[in-house]
Design a protein around this ligand. Structure first.
Ligand code: CP
Length: 326
C-alpha cells in the first residue's frame, strides 16, 4: 500500500480486515517492522480516538510517533496557490509539506471540511496538497469528505461480530446507515466513507435512511438502497450505524433538528436484535438515547477499541511496501 486516503488505496478489503483481526490477537506480531521509522501525525482539528489509536498502532510496530497540532503548536498554514500571504496564514503548505517529508517516513493528517463551499471541500485540496508536496506516504486521519481508518474499523467490527454471531452464514447481513439529529452541522465524511467501504466490500445488504434533504453524494452510495422512511430501513436490520451529517445539497446546513430520528429501544424492536454502531464522539439523547448506549446492543466501544488494530494493519502495509516485502 502506497498511501491510505480512501478505499481505492486498498486492493483486498478482507485481507486488510484479517490483518487487523490478527493484530488484535497478537499486538506485537510485527514489533520490529517499523524500527527506525517515524510517523508524523498532523492535526488541523481535534481528535481523541484517531490520535491515540494511531499512536498506539505505530508504537506496536516499533515506530516513533510525533504528534503535531498545526496552527496550535506551529504556524497556521496556507493552501491557496498564488495567494498574497498578507493575512493570518504564516506558512504555505508548499514549504511545510516537504519539510514534514524530510522529517518523517509516513505523514498522517486530519483536516476537516470548512462546510462553506462544497466544491472546495469535495476537491480535498488540503490533503491533496500534502500528498503533492510531501513526497512520502500519506495516511488520512479524516479528510474533508472521507474517514477511511474509521470505515476500515467499521468493516472489521462487522466482520468480527459476524464471526461470533449465530446469523446465517449464507445470507448477507442487513446493514443500515441511519441519519441522526445533531445540534451542530457535521461533515458528511463518516457517512460517505462508510457507504463507500461497505458497498465496495459488497458482503452486506446495505441501506441508507435519512430525512428529505440529506442525500449524500451519489459517488459514495452506488449500490445502496436509499429510503426516507427510517422504519422501512430498520426492519430486520442486523447492524444499525447511527450518524449525523449536514446537508450536501444545501451544503453544510441543518435542515431537520427533530428528535424523531433518534434511535431508541422502541425503534430497535423492528430490527433483528441489531448491533448498534457509532464512530464516537456521540451526543447522548440527541444522536443516540441512553437506553441504546447503555444497553446490550451497543457495540460503540468495541468499535472504538478496534481503531488501534485497523490503524496497525494500514501502517504495517505501508511499511512493508516501503521495505519491499509485499
Ligand atoms: N471517530 C473518531 O474519529 O474519533 P475522534 O474524532 O476522537 O478521533
Amino acid at each position: 500500500m502506497k498511501q491510505f486516503i480512501s478505499v481505492n488505496d486498498v486492493t483486498d478489503i478482507d485481507a486488510l480486515v484479517q490483518k487487523a483481526l490478527m493484530y488484535k490477537l497478537q499486538p506485537l506480531h510485527s514489533k520490529i517492522l517499523g524500527i527506525n521509522k517515524r510517523i508524523g501525525c498532523l492535526f488541523l482539528n481535534p481528535s481523541m480516538r484517531t490520535r491515540l489509536s494511531t499512536q498506539i498502532a505505530a508504537q506496536n510496530l516499533g515506530m516513533e510517533c510525533i504528534v503535531f497540532k498545526v496552527g496550535a503548536d506551529g504556524w497556521s498554514l496556507e493552501f491557496e496557490e498564488g495567494v498574497i500571504m498578507n493575512g493570518t496564514s504564516v506558512e504555505h503548505v508548499k514549504e511545510a509539506a516537504p519539510v514534514f517529508g524530510n522529517y518523517f517516513d509516513i505523514l498522517a493528517i486530519r483536516t476537516f471540511p470548512l462546510l462553506k463551499n462544497r466544491e472546495d471541500d469535495y476537491s480535498e485540496q488540503f490533503i491533496n496538497q500534502f500528498v503533492k508536496y510531501c513526497g512520502i506516504p500519506v495516511v488520512s486521519l479524516e479528510s474533508a469528505t472521507l474517514h477511511p481508518l474509521q470505515s476500515l474499523t467499521d468493516v472489521m467490527t462487522i466482520s468480527e461480530m459476524l464471526n461470533l454471531s449465530n446469523l446465517e452464514k449464507e445470507k448477507k447481513p442487513k446493514v443500515v446507515l441511519t441519519w441522526a439529529p445533531h445540534v451542530k452541522p457535521l461533515p458528511q465524511c463518516v457517512a460517505n466513507s462508510f457507504s463507500q467501504w461497505i458497498t465496495t466490500w459488497s458482503k452486506s445488504d446495505f441501506w441508507i435512511t435519512h430525512p428529505e434533504g440529506y442525500r449524500l453524494n451519489e459517488k459514495y452510495t452506488q449500490g445502496a438502497i436509499i429510503v426516507n422512511e427510517q422504519d422501512e430501513a430498520l426492519k430486520d436490520a442486523d447492524f444499525v450505524y447511527v450518524k449525523n451529517w449536514s446537508s450536501y445539497d444545501e451544503y453544510g446546513s441543518i435542515l431537520n433538528t427533530g428528535s424523531s430520528w433518534m434511535l431508541n429501544n422502541e425503534k430497535l424492536k423492528q430490527t433483528n436484535e441489531a448491533s448498534v454502531m457509532h464512530c464516537l464522539p456521540v451526543r447522548r439523547n440527541v444522536e443516540l438515547s441512553d437506553e441504546i448506549l447503555d444497553g446490550p446492543n451497543s457495540i460503540v466501544t468495541l468499535q472504538a477499541s478496534n481503531r488501534v488494530w485497523a490503524a496497525q494493519a494500514v501502517l504495517s502495509e505501508i511499511l512493508a511496501e516501503e521495505k519491499g516485502v509485499n
